[in-house]
Structures are given as structure tokens and as C-alpha cells.
Design a protein around this ligand. Structure first.
Ligand code: ADP
Ligand SMILES: O=P(O)(O)O[C@H]1O[C@H](CO)[C@@H](O[C@H]2O[C@H](CO)[C@@H](O)[C@H](O)[C@H]2O)[C@H](O)[C@H]1O
Length: 471
């Protein structure tokens, strides 16, 4: 008979458990979408904490170094929930990580417990009743009812984290790459909910660890059951040859409303401390460090720098505030006729302290403008005019709600779009190498192009994503 095995962490030291798990995890981790080291070998792996969540389910924080980091890189921390059984039933076959040949778990099946409905349900129960488990602490909003007994399903989305949907009521995002500090995806929606901002689903419950340092591990939010994300809608509009300008306009308005709420909820930045020269210098530094990992960027470095130089040459200092930090079409959901903004984590590769710094809101605007370009370029025929119309509508909607039209400052937009495209090139090289041609097409254009007065202009044709892939 199959049985659930309970490898009690108290009886097996992390060092001993590692003898069972190191080999398996070194193979499994690089295959995961959320692992920041696609295609490179995990060179070092250590267990930072091990907690038994329930019999047969271990909560692990592991630190890894992979080939792309180099042997002396800082390493990354990942959150894993591992199930252990003597024989995995076929219904969980897809979740199998492997069977260790040595150590305390030798001969047992180890699997990704988030894909096991039983473990996912028990996690919801933990979140419903505040308390601790070793270094883990589960907390929740006191004033809301969180229902139990809902059927869990793993979200089948291309994600940086792993999300479980319970019934049609809640969505739990389990952060995979964990960094010390309060995750902005808890901090920001929590603060916006207190502002009464109706554009963001507010957190209902969350869990964190105190070891090896304080870090947010997961957030439960209301699930918007009929919502469709902006990326899906944009691709649909392209496929059907439909305009997306009404949606883009409303999205611009929603972005500006969220920015206004963020400006009230958090302290504003010192504009003088983030003058244009400093902003441009930081962008240039990111270009230099990204070019180390993405050699494809190197031929364009001088041209890209000219975008940052143009920003540095401007006199006015930039007002700064908390922003979304990684705004794109996949981070907005249309429910009925209303846009919601989700995923305030910021750019997941950056340190949390940096992501929490006030920034000029144009950074989010640039992220969304780049996203229209991504959508237009992700299928054939490439539709630059579709992206241009979306840009104009989005900026007009933004101007309507905020009284600032991003198109009025083309140098500013070019610098921020360039910075975003450099980030995207690094992101794609690490996570989805097949997609690298998409930001690279923009890199080629931004490196050559002086900004057009409307912030638009006809980009030079470059191979589309599918052409680049040979599709
Ligand atoms: N509150 C929600 N209601 C409905 N769907 C959601 C909600 N939050 C997230 N999603 C879905 O989950 C996907 C991934 O969420 P996201 O927070 O962007 O995770 P990640 O950071 O892992 O990419 C979204 O694209 C969306 O489809
Ligand atoms: O996982 P997150 O949503 O936190 O964001 C990361 O992954 C995104 C891809 O899923 C990536 O976005 C890039 O690709 C999108 C299309 O898949 C496109 O809409 C965005 O404009 C483009 O930046 C994002 O950069 C990354 O942080």
C-alpha cells in the first residue's frame, strides 16, 4: 500500500537531507520557468531552512549558484515545497522530481507538493488560522472571512512564481525566488487597499519566514474569476485584426489612478536626490552589467548610451514616488470593463530595497509602452502601427487622469524605454532565451533612433520574433 512518509526534519539534519536532495534539485531547478538560470548548471546548492508543514510535506529554502553567476556570484534563494511518498500515485506523476539514491530519503519519491491538491489545501488551512511552523509565520486580515474546503488548482500560466487558485474565490501566489525584506507584492496592495483604491485586489492572508532572514513567502488575494489579462486580450485583438485603442486608453487611465493612489499611500521621493544625471548614470550601470551577461547587447551599447546622455542633459529634476516597477500587459486584468493592476513585486531580479525606492512614474508608462511593442512583434505579420495606436491611446488615457502626457517628453520616454528594453534582454536571456529577439529588435531601434516629437515614429523593420525563431 502507498503511504505518506514523514521525514521529520528534526531527526534529519539539513546536511543529511541535502545528500538525498542535492543531485535531484540540481537537475530539476534549471527546468523550472521561475528559475533564473535557464540552460546553466547549478554549481552549488545549500539548504537554508527546512520545516515540516505537515507529514510528508517539507518547506525548504535553498540557496543556489549557477553557471551564469560564476562561482563567486551572490547566489539566489528559492522556496520549495517538497512532498515525499514511498510510491507516487500516477495522478501526481507530472509533479515527480525524482527518487534519491542516498541519504534519509533514499528509495522514496520526491515531488513538487504545490502540484498536490492535498498539500495545496493544507496550505490554505494554514493561512486561514494564523500561527507558526518553525520559522514560518502565517498571518491574515482579521476583518475578512476566508472560506475553506475549496478545490485548489495550479495556475497554468507562464509565471515568475507559482500560483494556486482555490475554487473561484482566492489566488495564492507562492514566491519562488525569495529575497530578504517585505515583498512589495504584499506591502503595496495592502497599503492601496487601505487607501480604498479599487484597482488592486487587496491581500487577505500571507506567510513569511524569519530564517535565515525576514522574507515574505506568499500572499493570498481575492481571485477575479472572469478577468482576462491584457497580454491575452492584446494578442486576441492582433489575431482578429481589431483595434485595441479603447482598452489602451482605459489602461492609461487605470495606470494614472494607481499612480495617484500610490503617491498618497507612500512617502514621495526627494526629486533633487534623483536628478536626471543620477537616473541616467544608474541606467548606464544597468546597461554595462547586463551587457556582461548578454553579449548581444554589446554592439548597441554606444547608441543606447546616447538615450541616457539625452536624459542626463535635461535640467529638471524628476519627482519620484512608489510605482508598480514591472508594468506590462501581463500585469493587468480586465474584469468586465474595468482594468485591475496586479503583481507589484517589481523586477524580480533586483534587490527588494531597490525595488521599494521611489521612482519617476514614467518608468511604469515605459514598461507598458514596451509591452504593446512586445505584443505587436510576437506574431506575424508584425504590426508596428497597432503598437503606435495603442501607445497614443494609452498616453492620452494617462494624461486624462493625471494631467501629464508622457508624449510631451520624448527624451524621457526614450531613456526609460531603453532602460526597460535592456532589462527585458537580460530577463529573456535568463528565463526565455527564445524570446530574446523581441527586446533585441527594440534595442536595435532605440540605439539608432532620436526620439520623434510624438514619442513614436516608424521603427526600422527587424526580423519578427517568429522569423527570428524560424517559425
Ligand atoms: N487576483 C487575481 N484574479 C485573477 N487572476 C489573477 C489574479 N492575480 C493573478 N492572476 C493571474 O495569475 C497570473 C500570474 O500572476 P502574477 O501576479 O503576475 O504572477 P507572477 O509574478 O508569478 O508572474 C496573472 O497573469 C493572472 O492571469
Ligand atoms: O513574471 P512577471 O510578470 O513578474 O514579469 C517577468 O516576466 C514577464 C514575462 O512573463 C516579462 O515581460 C515581458 O514579456 C511579456 C510577454 O510575455 C511582455 O508583455 C512584457 O512587456 C515584457 O517585459 C517581464 O519583463 C518580467 O519581469
Amino acid at each position: 500500500m502507498r503511504k505518506v512518509v514523514s521525514p521529520r526534519p528534526s531527526s534529519h539534519s539539513p546536511a543529511l537531507l541535502l545528500t538525498s536532495l542535492a543531485g535531484l534539485l540540481k537537475t530539476w531547478l534549471p527546468e523550472q520557468r521561475w528559475f533564473a538560470g535557464k540552460g546553466s548548471r547549478v554549481t552549488d546548492l545549500a539548504l537554508l531552512s527546512v520545516t515540516e508543514l505537515h507529514p510528508g510535506c517539507l518547506h525548504l529554502l535553498v540557496s543556489t549558484r549557477h553557471g551564469a553567476d560564476g562561482a563567486n556570484g551572490p547566489g539566489d534563494c528559492y522556496q520549495l515545497l517538497l512532498g515525499v511518498m514511498d510510491v507516487l500515485p500516477p495522478r501526481l506523476g507530472h509533479a515527480r522530481i525524482g527518487r534519491p539514491s542516498e541519504g534519509p530519503l533514499a528509495g522514496l519519491d520526491v515531488y513538487d507538493a504545490l502540484q498536490d491538491p492535498r498539500s495545496a489545501s493544507l496550505l490554505l488551512e494554514r493561512l486561514r488560522s494564523p500561527g507558526t511552523a518553525g520559522p514560518l509565520r502565517f498571518e491574515r486580515e482579521e476583518r475578512v472571512t476566508i472560506h475553506g474546503g475549496l478545490t485548489p488548482r495550479l495556475l497554468d500560466a507562464e509565471q515568475s512564481n507559482t500560483s494556486v487558485v482555490y475554487g473561484d474565490a482566492y489566488i495564492l501566489k507562492v514566491f519562488r525566488r525569495v529575497q530578504p525584506g517585505v515583498n512589495p507584492d504584499l506591502e503595496v496592495p495592502w497599503a492601496l487597499a487601505r487607501q480604498g483604491c479599487g484597482r488592486v485586489p487587496g491581500p487577505l492572508a500571507w506567510f513569511r519566514t524569519s530564517q535565515p532572514q525576514l522574507a515574505t513567502l506568499g500572499v493570498l488575494q481575492p481571485f477575479l474569476p472572469d478577468a482576462v489579462d491584457g497580454w491575452t486580450l492584446a494578442l486576441e485583438s492582433l489575431a482578429k485584426g481589431r483595434a485595441f485603442t479603447d482598452e489602451a486608453y482605459e489602461l492609461g487611465r487605470a495606470t494614472a489612478e494607481v499612480h495617484l493612489a500610490l503617491a498618497s499611500a507612500f512617502p514621495l521621493g526627494l526629486a533633487s536626490g534623483r536628478g536626471n544625471r543620477q537616473l541616467a548614470a544608474a541606467m548606464n550601470e544597468r546597461l554595462v552589467s547586463s551587457s556582461r551577461s548578454v553579449p548581444e547587447l554589446r554592439p548597441y551599447a554606444a547608441g543606447l548610451r546616447s538615450a541616457f546622455d539625452a536624459l542626463a542633459a535635461q535640467d529638471s529634476a524628476r519627482p519620484a514616488q512608489r510605482i508598480h516597477g514591472d508594468l506590462h500587459l501581463g500585469q493587468v486584468l480586465l474584469a468586465g470593463e474595468r482594468w485591475f493592476v496586479i503583481d507589484f513585486e517589481g523586477e524580480p531580479a533586483r534587490p527588494i530595497d531597490e525595488r521599494r525606492q521611489p521612482q519617476p512614474p514614467v518608468r511604469d508608462v515605459a514598461g507598458m509602452l514596451r509591452s504593446f511593442d512586445y505584443a505587436a512583434r510576437s506574431r506575424r505579420p508584425w504590426r508596428p502601427e497597432w503598437a503606435q495606436r495603442c501607445r497614443d491611446a494609452y498616453c492620452a488615457g494617462y494624461a486624462r487622469a493625471s494631467r501629464w502626457d508622457p508624449r510631451a517628453e520624448p527624451e524621457l520616454l526614450r531613456a526609460y524605454e531603453t532602460d526597460r528594453a535592456v532589462y527585458e534582454a537580460l530577463y529573456e536571456a535568463r528565463h526565455r532565451p527564445d524570446w530574446l529577439p523581441v527586446p533585441m529588435a527594440a534595442i536595435a531601434r532605440l540605439a539608432e533612433r532620436a526620439p520623434a516629437p510624438s514619442g513614436g515614429g516608424s521603427p526600422k523593420p527587424v526580423p519578427s520574433f517568429h522569423t527570428a525563431q524560424g517559425g
